[in-house]
Design a protein around this ligand. Sequence first.
Ligand SMILES: Nc1nc2c(ncn2[C@@H]2O[C@H](COP(=O)(O)OP(=O)(O)O)[C@@H](O)[C@H]2O)c(=O)[nH]1
Ligand SMILES: [Mg+2]
Length: 333
Amino acid sequence: MNKNLAKRILEGDIRAASRLMRDIDDRMPSALEPLKELYPKTGRAYIIGITGPPGAGKSTIVDKMVDIFRKEGKSVGIVAVDPTSPFTGGAILGDRIRMQRHATDEGVFIRSLATRGCLGGLSRSTQDIINVMDAMGKDIILVETVGVGQDEVEIVNTAHTSIVILVPGLGDDIQAIKAGIIEIGDLFVINKADREGADKMERDLRMVLEMGRRRENGWEPLIFKTEATLGKGIFELVYGIYRHKQALEQNPELEKKLRERTKTTFLEILESEVMAHFIEKMEKEGRWEKIIDDLMNRRTDPYSVAERIMASELVDLCTNIQKGQSNKEGGSP
Ligand SMILES: Nc1nc2c(ncn2[C@@H]2O[C@H](COP(=O)(O)OP(=O)(O)O)[C@@H](O)[C@H]2O)c(=O)[nH]1
Ligand SMILES: [Mg+2]
């Protein structure tokens, strides 16, 4: 079955795509083969990251932007990542309802992702899912994440255009926003601009941005005010995305950004594969408990254990390679 999964996805089979995304979400090893086949077909979609605090209006903005993209005849993929609700799935359910209008539109593919609490797993799964949508031929991929942790920042960093959504009246507004978030935003949105404090927030934000260090690509972040529920300001925002896209494309920095992104995702995959390999091996050999005991009793230290495991792994690897070579020389079957 899995053999044809990639092929079916490339032929536009929605159910095959859903199936693979479910496997990715469940971190099934079987997802690897189709992902390998799909990778050469990726790299065409324009990826837009949307981040901000819960309730800022990210999903509403995404929903309204989709209207505009669809009118322009572009196909859209939406990935909603919400690590804040691993138990109830509440926010994701809300997202589903908010975006339901598009659920029957064949040009729109929506996928929600909750984290399973695995370390560093979130950005890897998100990237894999983005790749599937990219291979499906989606022109635009919108990635919505709650801007809380490092993982989310990394996800948004993999986008071509990153949008940070803020709302007035969240107390110590700008101060509360982490410097990391300020630095990743290409575009900033002050949503719920109907609320008091929107103008002050815009002034504060402008000041913070002006004080911040210059972007190496010369791009000056834009600020938009929106009232997403009414659709106010969304057209301007989409236009802002196009301006940023154009600036990127005319700039040699794009190549650098893409290289950086490729490197980051590769390192992530390498890391998780290596980790999975070691963990599986140690579990199989029943060495976990002994190691933990030794560490607990301070009979050894984690640095030496890590070195020893690496060294023994290298020896195994060399023996395997040698075996493989002598098999070849001996005219393997
Ligand atoms: N007053 C007002 N409410 C809004 C606006 N945009 C979104 N909301 C509401 O804010 C709530 C959270 O929106 P949602 O899009 O789910 O936020 P998310 O958690 O960032 O995805 C919903 O009840 C929206 O209807 C706006 O511009 N003005
Ligand atoms: Mg949302």
